[in-house]
Ligand binder design. Structure first.
Ligand code: GLU
Length: 615
C-alpha cells in the first residue's frame, strides 16, 4: 500500500468497501479445496480446480471483479433460466406454461420423471430445460441455437462463444438426457426430433462465460430485464419475474429449499462450477470455482453467497420500504411562490389564498407505499384548488405506483382540483402508464419547469379572485418598489435622467459579465432574468426594476431578455450617482429599499432550501 508523507495510506489506493469485502471472501475461501470437479461429462473433468473468481455487478452498471473472473467455463445449467425467459418471450407465456410446470420436483436435476400431467416439473431441471430448447426449436428451426446464443449474449453484454470440446463430449455421452428427450416427445411436450432438440440443448450448455459475464447476466435479471451495463431491455419484465420465481424455488438442485432459507436470493448453479445469484433491485453476483459439493453446487461459490448475504443482510424477504422517502418537499405558494415578481394587488390576492396552490416535489421510485403516502398528505390539509406534482427527480415508477397515482389524479379531478404536472414531458415513455389512465381528465396541465407551473397556478388564483394581469399596461416610476417613499419632485428629477427604451420580444437587454453601467425600471411588458446556462431566476413585469445590482456590483451577474415587447427607463449609473448626491435622503431611501428587496429574496431562498432539506 502506498503511504503518503502524512503517514496515511495514499487516497488512490482506497477501495470501495464492497470490493474489499469480495477480496476478503476470495482470500478466506481460497484455501477451501473440498468437493470434486464434475466428470460425468468427460471434458468437464479437465477444469483447473484452483480457479476461483468472484464478480458482482451493480444495477448502475458497475462490475467488481476479484480473482479468476476472466477464465472461461461452460455455462451448463445456468443457461436454463435464460432460455426459459427467452421461450416465454418468444412463444408467449400461455404456450410455455401449458407444457412446463413450476413446482419443485424434489428429484435430482437429471431425473427421468415427469409430473402427474406428464409435463416437466419446472424449467430448472433437465426435463424442463430440454422442453424449453424444444420450444425454441419449434419456433426457430435450425436457427434455434444461434437465436439462444445471441439472446444470452445480450444478457452478458457481449458475444458469447461455445466450447466445442465440451459440447461434443456431452453429445457423445448424454444418453440420460436423450432418454428424457424421448419421454418428452412421447408426451408431446416436444414436437421436433429428439436429436435436433438435444443438439440445441447440449450446445446451449457449452456456451462459454466467465464470472464477470454471469454477474452481468444476473444483474440483468435483478434489473427487470434491463442489462445495467448496455442499457438494453433484453427480456420483458414478465419473463424476468417468472424466471426469478422458478430460480427461487428450484434453482439450486436439491439444495434449493435450504438455499432460499439461508441465503434468500434467487440463484442458479451449473455443473461447470458457476453460480449466479440475482437479488432483485440490488445486485447480480457471479462466481466460478469448479469443485462441486454432493448437490452439484460449487463449494466456494456457495460460501461466497452465504457470506455476502449474511454480512449485508441481503435475504430478499428481509425488506421494508420507507413510504415517506418519495416526498422531497411539500408546500404551498405562501412558503414558496414562483420567481415572478408580483405587483402589489397580485401579492395581496396571493397572500390571502396561498393555500389554493399546493406543490409536492417527488423523487426516486414511486411505489405503492410512496404514492399512498402522498395521497394521504393531500387529504390531511385543506383542499387546494391546484396541485402541482413535480417529477423532475423521479427516477422510476412501479406499475402499482403509476396506477395509484393515476387513481389519485382522478380523485382530485372529481373534486374539481386542477392537477398540474411538472418535470416530465407528456410523451415520455415512463409517463405512459399514467397518461393512458388520465388522458380524459378535464383540467390536467403539463409544464416542464416547476416554476412555470407555479406561476401559471398563481395567475389562475389572481384571476379567480378578480385581479387582472395586464401586461400591456404602462406603469409610472412612482409604482416601483425600489423607489417607494420618494417625493414627486424626486421622481420627476430621476425620470428626467432616464431614456425610454423599447425592446422586441426575446431581445437581449443585459449580458452576464458586461460592465454594469445603468439601472432599468420596467414600464411595460415582461422580462426574464436567467443565468447563462438558462436557469430562470425571475420573471419581472411592469413596475419592477432590473439591473439594479449595478448599485453594488461592477459587472452583470445574469442575462435579461424581453419576454414580449417591453419598455423601460434606463438610467445611467453616473447620472444616478449624481442624483444621489443632490438628493441624499432619496438616495438613502433607495439603498434601503434595495436592501429590503434583497432581504426578501434571501428569505425566500432560505425558505426554499429549508423545504428541500427538512423532509
Ligand atoms: N449439460 C448438463 C446436463 O444436462 C447441465 C447440467 C447442470 O449444469 O446441471 O447434464
Amino acid at each position: 500500500m502506498k503511504v503518503s508523507p502524512t503517514g496515511a495510506p495514499a487516497w488512490t489506493s482506497s477501495k470501495p468497501p464492497l470490493l474489499r469485502f469480495l477480496n476478503a471472501c476470495h482470500a478466506d475461501f481460497l484455501p477451501e479445496t473440498s468437493g470434486a470437479v464434475a466428470d460425468y461429462i468427460p471434458e468437464l473433468g479437465k477444469a483447473d480446480p484452483a480457479h476461483f473468481g468472484i464478480s458482482l455487478a451493480t444495477l448502475d452498471g458497475h462490475v467488481y471483479e476479484v480473482g479468476d473472473t476472466q477464465v472461461p467455463f461452460t455455462i451448463q445449467s445456468m443457461s436454463k433460466p435464460f432460455v426459459f425467459a427467452l421461450a416465454l418471450d418468444t412463444l408467449g407465456a400461455a404456450r410455455v406454461e401449458s407444457v412446463i410446470g413450476v413446482e419443485p420436483s424434489g428429484d435430482p436435476f437429471n431425473s427421468i420423471r415427469l409430473n402427474a400431467e406428464n409435463h416437466p416439473f419446472n424449467p430448472m431441471v433437465n426435463a424442463g430445460a430440454i422442453a424449453c430448447s424444444g420450444l425454441i426449436h419449434e419456433a426457430k428451426g435450425d436457427g434455434a441455437f444461434e437465436y439462444i446464443r445471441q439472446a444470452l449474449g445480450r444478457f452478458a453484454g457481449r458475444e458469447l462463444g461455445v466450447d466445442d470440446a465440451v459440447y461434443s463430449s456431452e453429445s457423445l455421452t448424454g444418453d440420460r438426457n436423450r432418454a428424457i428427450g424421448y419421454l418428452l416427445r412421447t408426451n408431446a411436450v416436444i414436437k421436433d426430433h429428439v436429436n435436433s432438440v438435444l443438439e440445441v440443448y447440449f450446445r446451449q450448455c457449452a456456451i462459454l462465460v466467465n464470472a464477470r459475464d454471469i454477474a452481468v447476466m444476473a444483474a440483468t435479471l435483478a434489473n427487470r430485464g434491463i442489462n445495467p451495463v448496455t442499457g438494453e431491455q433484453v427480456m420483458t419484465p414478465y419473463a424476468i419475474s417468472r424466471t426469478l420465481s422458478v430460480m427461487t424455488s428450484s434453482g439450486m438442485y436439491d439444495y434449493a429449499g435450504e438455499w432460499i432459507y439461508r441465503v434468500g436470493m434467487p440463484a442458479k448453479s451449473g455443473v461447470g462450477g458457476g453460480i449466479l445469484a440475482a437479488l432483485p433491485g440490488r445486485i447480480g453476483l457471479g462466481s466460478y470455482s469448479p469443485k462441486l459439493d454432493r448437490h452439484g453446487n460449487s463449494v466456494r461459490g456457495i460460501k461466497v453467497c452465504e457470506a455476502l448475504s449474511a454480512h449485508y443482510d441481503l435475504h430478499m424477504l428481509n425488506r421494508s420500504d420507507n413510504a415517506r422517502n418519495a416526498v422531497i418537499a411539500d408546500y404551498d405558494i405562501g412558503e414558496n411562490p414562483s420567481r415572478r415578481s408580483r405587483r402589489p394587488h397580485e401579492q395581496k390576492i396571493l397572500a390571502a389564498h396561498y393555500q389554493d396552490v399546493r406543490v409536492i416535489e417527488l423523487m426516486g421510485t414511486l411505489s405503492l407505499s410512496n404514492v399512498d403516502y402522498v395521497a394521504r398528505q393531500l387529504v390531511a390539509r385543506p383542499r387546494p384548488q391546484f396541485v402541482i406534482f413535480d417529477f423532475r427527480r423521479v427516477t422510476s415508477m412501479t406499475l402499482a405506483g403509476a396506477r395509484l397515482l393515476a387513481e389519485e389524479f382522478q380523485e382530485l379531478a372529481a373534486y374539481h382540483v386542477t392537477v398540474i404536472v411538472s418535470g416530465i414531458k407528456r410523451a415520455d415513455a415512463e409517463w405512459q402508464p399514467i397518461a393512458e389512465r388520465t388522458g380524459s381528465l378535464p383540467n390536467m396541465r403539463y409544464y416542464f419547469l416547476l416554476d412555470a407551473a407555479i406561476e401559471w397556478a398563481e395567475d389562475q388564483v389572481v384571476f379567480r379572485h378578480g385581479g387582472s394581469i395586464d401586461f400591456f399596461e404602462t406603469t409610472e416610476l412612482s409604482e416601483q418598489p425600489l423607489l417607494a417613499g420618494l417625493t414627486d419632485e424626486e421622481l420627476t428629477d430621476l425620470a428626467s435622467l432616464g431614456a425610454v427604451r423599447t425592446y422586441q420580444p426575446s431581445q437581449k437587454i443585459i449580458t452576464t459579465g458586461d460592465p454594469a453601467t445603468s439601472l432599468f425600471f420596467l414600464r411595460s411588458g415582461v422580462v426574464h432574468v436567467t443565468l447563462p446556462d438558462g436557469i430562470r431566476l425571475a420573471t419581472l413585469t411592469a413596475g419592477m426594476a432590473f439591473g439594479e445590482m449595478a448599485l453594488l456590483e461592477p459587472r452583470r451577474s445574469a442575462d435579461v431578455r424581453a419576454d414580449m415587447s417591453a419598455t423601460a427607463y434606463e438610467v445611467p449609473l453616473h447620472d444616478f450617482e449624481r442624483f444621489r448626491k443632490q438628493h441624499p435622503r432619496a438616495g438613502e431611501r433607495i439603498m434601503r429599499n434595495l436592501a429590503q428587496l434583497l432581504a426578501d429574496r434571501l428569505i425566500l431562498a432560505n425558505a426554499k432550501l429549508n423545504l428541500l432539506t427538512s423532509n
